[in-house]
Design a protein around this ligand. Structure first.
Ligand code: AMP
Ligand code: MG
Length: 349
C-alpha cells in the first residue's frame, strides 16, 4: 500500500492538505494524525470496513475497543444517555485528554466497540485533529498509531517507522504535548470509575466528583482474579524490544541498586540503558543514560517516556533499567505505563 506522508508546520496554512486527509477518512481510508496525547491511527468510526483496516494495520486484537474522536461536546448522536456528571466533565476537560465511556447507540458498529455496549468518546484539543474531524463530518475511531504492543508514538517520524505502507495517509508535525494516552473514565457506573490513568489526573477528576475511584486492576499484573475493565489494559503494552525493569525505593538506594545491576549486565557483555532523571543522571557510572527530565516537572517526564523507550530501541540495548516515580498526579499514569512496559518486573532497592 502506498502511504502519503504530509508534514504540517502550520495548521491554518494547511487546510487543503487536512481536507484531503478528511476525504480519505470519508472514503473509508486510514489516516494517522496528531493529538495532544499521542498520535492516532484513524478511520470513520461508523464505517465497519474502515474500522477493520485499523485493527489490521496495527495487528490489534479484535476484543480491544477503539476510542472515537469528536469535534464538539454534542455526543448524543453516539451516546444513549448523557449523565449529569459526564456533562460536567466535558465542560471542564474537553477539549482535552479525557475519554468518557457512555452507553452506545446502535449507530456505532460493534467492531468499533469490540462488541461492548459502551463506547469511549473524546474531544481532542490538537488543532489539526479537530479540523480533521470537522472536515470528515463523522467521528474518527483512533487507537494509538503504533504497531500493537509497542510504545505509543509522540511524533510523526515514529508513526512512519511503524505504519508506513500500512495506512493511506500520515499527516502531522507537532510533538504530542502530553505524551501519554488519555485518561479513561467510565460514566456508565455511579460513582464514575477511572479505567486508565492519563493526562487528566485523579485529583482533577475529584474536583468534579469527589467519589470518583480507580479500577483496582490498574496497577496490578492482570490475572484470573484481577481483570482490568478496559480490555486493552490486559495486554503486554508500551513495550520496547529490550527487557525493562523498574527499581523502586528511596532515590539514593535506587541509584546504588541500578549501578550494581548495570555493572552485572555489562560484565556479562550486555548493553544496558538507564532511564534516569536530571537529579540522578550524573550519579550513574556506566551504561546508556537518558534523562526523562526533572522530578520537579512530572509532566515533562510523562512527555518523554515513550520516546525514550523508542530511543533505547534505536541504540539496541538488551536491558533497560528505570527509576520509579511518585504516584501522585501524572505520576500515576507514568507508573502505570512503566509497569506495563516492564511486564511488572519490579526490583526493590
Ligand atoms: P488506545 O486507543 O490504543 O489508547 O486504546 C484504547 C484503550 O481504551 C484500550 O485500553 C481499550 O481497552 C480502552 N477502551 C476503549 N473503549 C472502551 C470501552 N468501551 N470500555 C472499556 N475500555 C475501553
Ligand atoms: Mg495504544
Amino acid at each position: 500500500m502506498k502511504t502519503e506522508v504530509k508534514i504540517i508546520n502550520n495548521v491554518e496554512e494547511s487546510v487543503d492538505d487536512i481536507k484531503r486527509a478528511a476525504e480519505c477518512i470519508k472514503s473509508g481510508g486510514t489516516v494517522v494524525f496528531p493529538t495532544e496525547t499521542v498520535y492516532g491511527l484513524g478511520a470513520d468510526a461508523l464505517n465497519e470496513n474502515a474500522v477493520k483496516k485499523i485493527f489490521i494495520a496495527k495487528g490489534r486484537p479484535q476484543d480491544n475497543p477503539l476510542i472515537i474522536h469528536v469535534a464538539s461536546k454534542n455526543v448524543e448522536k453516539y451516546a444513549q444517555d448523557v449523565p449529569k456528571v459526564a456533562e460536567k466533565l466535558m465542560d471542564k476537560f474537553w477539549p482535552g485528554p479525557l475519554t468518557i465511556l457512555f452507553n452506545k447507540k446502535p449507530i456505532v458498529p460493534d467492531i468499533t466497540s469490540a462488541g461492548l455496549s459502551t463506547i469511549g468518546i473524546r474531544m481532542p484539543e490538537d488543532k489539526l485533529a479537530l479540523k480533521l474531524i470537522e472536515f470528515s463530518e463523522t467521528a474518527i475511531a483512533a487507537p494509538s498509531a503504533n504497531i500493537s504492543g509497542r510504545p505509543s508514538p509522540t511524533d510523526i517520524y515514529r508513526c512512519i517507522e511503524d505504519l508506513n505502507e500500512k495506512v493511506d495517509f500520515i499527516i502531522g508535525g507537532n510533538e504530542s504535548n502530553v505524551g501519554l494516552e488519555s485518561t479513561i473514565i467510565d460514566c456508565t457506573v455511579t460513582p464514575p470509575c477511572v479505567l486508565r490513568p492519563g493526562g487528566i489526573t485523579l485529583e482533577m477528576l475529584r474536583e468534579v466528583d469527589p467519589e470518583v475511584y480507580i479500577d483496582a486492576a490498574i496497577m496490578k499484573k492482570p490475572s484470573e482474579d484481577i481483570k482490568p475493565k478496559a480490555p486493552g489494559m490486559k495486554y503486554r503494552h508500551y513495550a520496547p524490544k529490550a527487557k525493562v525493569s523498574i527499581v523502586e525505593g528511596s532515590l539514593e538506594k535506587s541509584v546504588e541498586k541500578i549501578n550494581e545491576i548495570v555493572q552485572n549486565y555489562i560484565e556479562k557483555g550486555f548493553q544496558v540503558g538507564i532511564m534516569a532523571t536530571e537529579e540522578t543522571k550524573n550519579l550513574y557510572k556506566q551504561g546508556n543514560i537518558i534523562s526523562l527530565g526533572s522530578r520537579n516537572n512530572i509532566e515533562e517526564v510523562a512527555k518523554n517516556l515513550f520516546e525514550t523507550l523508542r530511543k533505547f530501541d534505536d541504540s539496541a540495548v538488551d536491558y533497560i533499567i528505570s527509576e520509579a516515580f511518585t504516584e501522585d498526579g501524572m505520576g500515576l499514569a507514568i507508573m502505570n505505563r512503566l509497569r506495563k512496559a516492564a511486564g511488572f518486573d519490579i526490583i526493590k532497592a
